[in-house]
Ligand binder design. Structure first.
Ligand code: SF4
Length: 465
């Protein structure tokens, strides 16, 4: 069986050679960039908005224990059952138990990356329940038995033609190229599921400590139906989603919409504070909120990287990342892809198994520059690299860098080696691509850059006054 790093390399090589796929992603992301910049311009001062958002998230995470307790007690006061799950397994067990107690048969679910993180659908299906995704993109990837391709746009790797083919095969619809018709086909298929579902499961964009409310922001209205129609509602929320005050949403909702999808504000913004109260005409009879830790508190205990918990899952860092744009979302093999995925996956799933993601970066800093809550992403990638080496030093690399340090510190040796490299490079074509080629990993797909004909020292010596 292949290791995670081997899988990543194979997949990355395959996708980067697939020019059609790359073209599709890059066209979609260029359109996103244009819209995002338009909407950013609507902020009086985007940079100071970012600074304020970073400070609010700092406050939220720095006093996470207090905020979570306030959130839970307010929710419970209105009849919500709040569950604390330390691990993904615990969260799955809690949700499966609620579903079993309700003697449910079918479940409708809106988009929740936390559910992907703990493989909730698999657990529910294994326990004998039918789970249907209600977000259009999620529904499409569910029909394809795939993981979401992107945090915000789960089916962005597919063309209309591919979606039409899928619907024809799975839903028996007539082929069409019209996005409206494709949406209507999915809507018709889902409508029945909403009406018959016993349980609705949602994620959350924010959890408001001050008022004890869940905030969900979406474009299709599917999360509203998921929450409103079934008798029981379950929300799975990562503990880092806390915001201290209700008024913080005035900044975070437009900021998430702008950074995430180039929108002024998302289509539907809803707050949930508990089950249906006496005299209310809709809403679930029973409401469960599952607060998920799953190693987030370990990240919280790391003063250097704790700001990774500030993430609002807007996906903006994925959109600007030159690696993501070329290798695509599925290559990462993780729930969270792109720069934020490369930063947090080693914390969530083990540093040694996932350290390779921190090397899949040009360290250009585009992610850090775009992040609306100012997470220092590319520095965290460097810190992951350092931590992995400290945890499990690599003897060959250590020897190589010691030798490099020795040569680089000696002008005589440096000059000797660079002269030697010029001669050796002339002989390189004889071994290029073969087993004896020391630069094979590079020359398989690129030309070796020539060693400069003259070093700076030689140039300086030869220069005419
Ligand atoms: S790290 Fe920043 S840019 Fe990336 S998804 Fe999170 S909030 Fe968005």
């Amino acid at each position: 069986m292949k290791t995670f790093v081997e899988e990543f390399k194979d997949q990355a090589g395959r996708i980067t050679r697939d020019l059609r796929h790359r073209g599709l992603i890059q066209t979609a992301l260029r359109k996103y960039e244009v819209k995002r910049d338009e909407k950013k311009a609507a902020f009086q001062d985007w940079e100071s908005a970012r600074q304020t958002a970073a400070e609010i998230k700092w406050e939220a995470i720095n006093k996470l224990d207090e905020h979570l307790e306030a959130f839970a007690s307010k929710m419970e006061a209105r009849g919500t059952k709040v569950h604390w799950a330390s691990t993904g397994e615990q969260a799955r067990d809690i949700i499966v138990k609620v579903v079993q107690e309700k003697k449910a048969r079918s479940i409708i679910k809106s988009k929740a990356m936390t559910a992907e993180e703990i493989h909730l659908n698999d657990a529910l299906e294994h326990a004998g329940f039918e789970v249907v995704e209600s977000d259009l993109g999620e529904y499409i990837v569910q029909l394809r038995k795939e993981a979401p391709y992107h945090i915000v746009f789960p089916a962005m790797h597919l063309t209309r033609g591919e979606i039409s083919e899928l619907f024809t095969k799975e839903l028996g619809s007539a082929p069409t190229d019209s996005p409206e018709e494709l949406t209507m086909i999915a809507r018709r298929a889902l409508r029945h599921k909403y009406i018959t579902a016993d349980i609705g499961i949602t994620g959350a964009n924010f959890a408001i400590a001050e008022t004890g409310m869940i905030s969900i922001t979406e474009n299709e209205g599917n999360a509203r139906l998921t929450a409103a129609l079934p008798k029981t509602m379950i929300t799975l929320v990562g503990i880092e989603k806390v915001l201290p005050r209700m008024e913080d949403l005035a900044l975070f909702l437009p900021m998430l919409a702008t950074a995430g999808a180039g929108q002024t504000i998302t289509g539907y913004n809803t707050m949930y504070s508990g089950p249906r109260q006496p005299g209310e005409s809709d809403g679930p009879e029973e409401y469960h909120v599952v607060l998920l830790d799953n190693r987030r508190t370990e990240l919280l205990a790391d003063p250097e990287q704790r700001d990774a918990l500030h993430c609002i899952r807007c996906g903006a860092c994925l959109n600007v990342c030159p690696i993501y744009r070329n290798v695509g979302g599925h290559t990462y093999g993780t729930t969270y892809s792109g720069p934020i995925g490369s930063v947090i996956t080693p914390h969530l799933r083990g540093l040694q198994d996932w350290k390779h993601l921190s090397y899949a970066s040009s360290l250009c800093g585009a992610c850090t520059e775009t992040c609306p809550v100012k997470i220092n992403l590319h520095h965290h990638l460097l810190q992951n690299r350092r931590n992995s080496m400290q945890q499990e030093p690599n003897a060959t690399e250590k020897l190589a860098f010691t030798a490099f340090g020795y040569v680089a510190n000696s002008p005589f040796l440096w000059s000797l080696i660079t002269k030697g490299a010029r001669v050796l490079q002339k002989m390189h074509p004889l071994v290029k691509g073969g087993a004896m080629d020391p630069a094979k990993a590079w020359t398989q797909t690129r030309e070796l850059p020539p060693v400069a004909k003259q070093s700076f020292k030689e140039f300086w010596k030869d220069r005419k006054p």
